[in-house]
Write a new protein. Structure first.
Lengths: 406, 406, 406, 406
């Protein structure tokens, strides 16, 4: 069976329905929150999700058992790009971060009981969640092993103490998945455990909402303090001390779904630029006939096509459980995060003042949204480090003298 | 007399005093407006300017006759960089855009009477001004010759009709310098005239404040409509139909002073990154000992030094009235606008989540401020076009058939 | 049937056999010509092709009818990359430019008689060919429509007059495919015809071999003069005046096969760098543990994976006759040509003096070979122009006056 | 005294005379060696130097005492750029590497007797020299402290043993300046000493000439073996164990003079591209009117101007003995080496096939020459490391626990 890029007709139909829904329902709704998903009211979230259900495009990634379309990652690639064409699209389809990644994680590592209690309502859009891993310096940041939040055994469960920040969607979430150290010391490569902590559990407290450059995630990012926050044994998600492994279960696909959604945003920016290039006159011709503008437009087409090809390749590796998936995930995340940034930046440049105005075009907002993607989900530098290390590994030679033990 | 880079001791002292003033007075005041100069209250502007006067650093660029230090552009290069270290610094020293460029223009082309009425209070910080040239499509944008606002002779003066947007500082300005077409048609290379229009003149109306990516200019950017706005003959600034020439008087130095101020902002961003790199631990060492971070830090040092050298070179050409000044101004503006953008972008990357947080560091704000600089004052593409055209000119050959006269 | 990247087991076996053949037979033979394919003796070409036949890897792209493996472009993508790992590999497999593209062209547009006479021996490695299109200024270069070589009807055939240069493989070729203008004038979009011209036809004369930066093509590049070179009617290849269309038949796939072979060269360069990075000590650690080296290695892995994904995507579009193939061919050619250049350049940098030495590593040679790829087969600028034009087309608005019918 | 960029009239005259000499005498002579300085015959070197003496432009950097013009580095900046416009120019003026750097070193650290014996004929063009520091792995490369060649005390002098490679100008040199370890072990930051070794000294033997990508240095690069090579005490250059310090005396200015000469080569490449852009027609207009070509031309003008400004700034710091000189030397070397590479690369792209042809334009040769400059004299990565380390230093914080000694 040769290499091929067609998708199943059912996936193609879902993608087309998503594109129509985004164009006709979601984009018009952007006005209601000035394009800032962060500031979107809960009522808008519910209305959009209702619309998505009516359009038959809700929860494309969720297994049929939990009420979704059960797409694999290749199918998600096509549909999530269509959804990402509006920053509100993923929220409408209930496939936005961090809920989408949390659904995946719960499906893979939660007990049946945990799934019924947490995954079912989350998949249905009836609850929201957050993923509490990142900590302020000197805790877990680009290097997760620096984890400092601790979970200590107490009778019947665990006591969590520590501080997390940049926790997306925390404000208003019904539960948090919290990463805490159950053994070892900051810097150790193991010893982390995940916990399901319900909103309202004593000792878990949002201390502030962090104002950030991006405003594209519902409820934004918060800083959370855990002080003697006690949870029962049944709140452990996955095995004790296996938190870092479980994080990988979540992070690989989550990085790719981020890429898919952002690729849709890049396509939106490029389309705005193309529309401008096709109509705006300058220096005696239409913008799109000027060589330097053509160069920017062409470079963005190249960036978009290369991103799409890499995403599909990586989705296939992940879907088939290939050993190459980890390397390709790093490669794709790094490339796409930077490519998407370049595409939006060029669109802003082509549109000039219009690209800078927040009210007159979506570009200034998109520029703010895409920048952090080079930092979130592992900064480009961390991924490059991992890519290089894997590439060098088979060529690493024992040093003669060292090998001799001297 | 050989090439040399020292500045006069008096200039060096003024630069040092400015640096101290910015560090001790201006940066602490950033808290009062969340770093957004746009939203700074008028009282803060007045307090800062009072502080600058007390520190002896007010109006460095203004000729002594009008109460300033009378620096040439080389001197301004050093002092404005120090002022730009805070976005509020230029406002404090009364050397922010657009007032600074307007002072220069008024000094060069205004009548004595106009200078007494408009320049004197402007130089003293007692009034504010704006420069109304840019128009929405299909009017004057990257290509000023597309100018569509008209000024028609009426008895005793002129009637101005048209629409301007992205007019910085317009809201609350005491007067506007307005560019309007007095002859010819949109696309013609001449036929523009400048007018001094007082706030409150009937027919001039701010129709909206434009929310933009950047918020670093006092009072932001506005859209203005002129409908049968009549001004007297004495309000013509410079000669009739010489508006484009006069705009060049303003724009060359104004582009360079922009570069100087933004270079200070880049230095600030780099210093924040260096501070982080010197203290934050990751992967077993301090950030600043990691190769990829070192590469970013080094590239930013290179960008800053190259910018500084180009600015000084161009300032010298402008100060000495060299014919090469126009080309070097385009070269410097293009390079510095892009270099400053790269420096701030790298600083954000190095600082990670901290670089994205608006509350915890100035970087997210700076990132928003510097982006439009590649568009304002002539987009990079327009400058590159001009640079190439000048470079090719001596090599342009008559086409054989042309040479044959056919 | 979902997106998938596996290849048929038979193709995978052929690719693996090719890799083994290149490693064990071809790379050791590089010493015999100092790595310069240009200077390789005819005997080496024959010996390598004999070896390829014995290894069962000869002519992977040639239809079974003519003695090859009959791979489609997706299959070629995998096998040609393996062949390109040595500059001599494509020569050994008889899939090097320009013969490989000419075989494709002959298979698509030649008559049965022409195929028997020209394609059969060419596919068997018994003859060599060239493709004579490019002309010195002001003739056909980046813009093929500038074609100036003429073919004029004479009794029983055509008389060709003109000058061609940079004609790869011309020296020693058994025949040339020559593009000449049969109607219209230089600049016209049509009017070209292809001719099969046997070596030794009076009036066709190689006037010089052009010394170039690259030396990776057998027999190098020549300049050819046509003076009253008469050929019979049966030497017309394809229809009269359809030469530009036929050129597209050749050029689309030919651009992609170039990409495939060069990707193999990039992989070779990266492997040399990885080997160095895994063993060379500097500043107290192995090179591959230094951050800036890691960054280069990672960027090259990214460039290689993105190139591979784009090539496969485009090969699929071409294999399935998709309308999107033309755009993706331009996208891929532009990206891969630049990516390959970056990869080799980084490898040189990582290897330092070793990267510069022609005798001690293949990198200095590869650097010279890959540079012209950004110019050959359409310079990047021409492709970007085409990409942008296609992207803008649906957004192009009729200009108001045009719409009014004036 | 304010910042200023004028040079003394005498320097301006010397630069102009150099430009005329290069244009009228040196460039026509390029044909005699196919542009390859490496392959230039000794007779050509002598003829060109005679011509330079007659034109009054010989030895611009040499102090008057030794027969030159005694220019400081700022003066050299202007004159060396003019000389570098042809690869043969520096050879003609006797200011090519490595002799030029060796003259500077001898002037600064040699004894009077050594100067009479080595510097006098070298400055007069009557002898040639080389600088033998770089060693094959695992010896001194990017990291000089890895020095492995040893010099051991023997009665009356020193015995040198080791291997050096990439020693420019060694073949035919009258003497070598050899760096050898007199104390400590490979990796130690000190312990090196310089020795003057006459050609013909028993035990010093050139084992091969290394074929490299670049061919722009007279006599190319060689590999040298030292086996029981004994020299007398009077052959020590500078103090024993101070070799690394003395290397800095040579390397700082030598890096800048490299930049100056290469900037001339970049200017040459850009002028070739401009000439092409002003005359070659494509797609209905002259190349220089196409936007993407304009972008390349403009970017090269920017690179050239920024390089020039940085070189002058750094020359001033070195001339005035500023503490900032070391950092600015690294900044300038890194920027200029990369900028020069970009300029030549763009020129090749603009000229298309002509840029690739070795016989038809100087660009293909220049492309080969400039590439190694990013590796020679310290690879860009080593300089970036040094730049970052200096920048971070004032921000480096003692780690609390370390500081406490626990």
């Amino acid at each position: 069976m040769p290499v091929q890029f067609d998708v199943d007709p059912s996936v193609a139909r879902l993608a087309e329905a998503t594109a129509v829904f985004v164009r006709e329902v979601v984009i018009p709704a952007e006005r209601e929150c000035g394009g800032s998903v962060h500031d979107a009211p809960e009522a808008l979230r519910q209305a959009l999700q209702k619309g998505a259900r009516q359009a038959g495009v809700f929860a494309p990634h969720v297994p049929a058992r939990w009420g979704g379309h059960g797409l694999d990652l290749r199918g998600q690639a096509v549909v999530f790009e269509a959804a990402g064409y509006s920053l509100l699209g993923p929220l409408a389809l209930n496939c936005a971060a961090p809920d989408e990644g949390n659904m995946h994680l719960l499906e893979k590592v939660a007990t049946e009981e945990q799934q019924q209690r947490y995954l079912r309502p989350l998949a249905a859009g009836e609850s929201r969640s957050c993923f509490a891993m990142t900590e302020p310096a000197p805790g877990a940041g680009a290097d997760p092993r620096s984890l400092r939040t601790t979970a200590t055994r107490v009778p019947g469960g665990w006591r969590i103490d520590g501080r997390k920040w940049f926790i997306s969607g925390a404000n208003g979430a019904d539960f948090a998945i919290v990463m805490a150290r159950t053994s070892g010391s900051p810097g150790d490569p193991g010893g982390a455990t995940m916990f399901l902590v319900d909103a309202g559990t004593p000792g878990m407290r949002i201390v502030r909402d962090i104002e950030t450059l991006d405003e594209g995630l519902f409820a934004g990012h918060s800083e959370i303090v855990f002080e003697e926050c006690v949870v029962g044994e049944e709140q452990v998600l996955g095995a004790v001390d296996r938190g870092f492994d479980n994080a990988q279960v979540r992070l690989g696909p989550a990085r790719m779904t981020h890429c898919m959604r952002w690729l849709g945003a890049a396509r939106r920016a490029q389309d705005v630029a193309l529309e401008r290039a096709g109509s705006r006159m300058a220096f005696g011709s239409v913008l799109g006939d000027l060589g330097m503008v053509q160069q920017m437009l062409a470079d963005s087409e190249i960036d978009i096509e290369a991103s799409r090809a890499l995403i599909l390749r990586t989705a296939w590796e992940l879907d088939t459980g290939s050993a190459a998936a980890a390397q390709l995930t790093s490669v794709s995340k790094t490339f796409v995060a930077e490519a998407v940034g370049r595409v939006v930046d060029r669109s802003v440049q082509i549109c000039g003042a219009l690209g800078i105005s927040t009210a007159d075009a979506p570009l200034a907002r998109l520029l703010r949204e895409v920048r952090p993607f080079r930092i979130y989900d592992g900064p480009s530098e961390t991924h490059r480090f991992a890519i290089a290390r894997r590439a060098v590994k088979p060529y690493r030679q024992p040093r003669p003298l060292d090998a001799a033990g001297s």
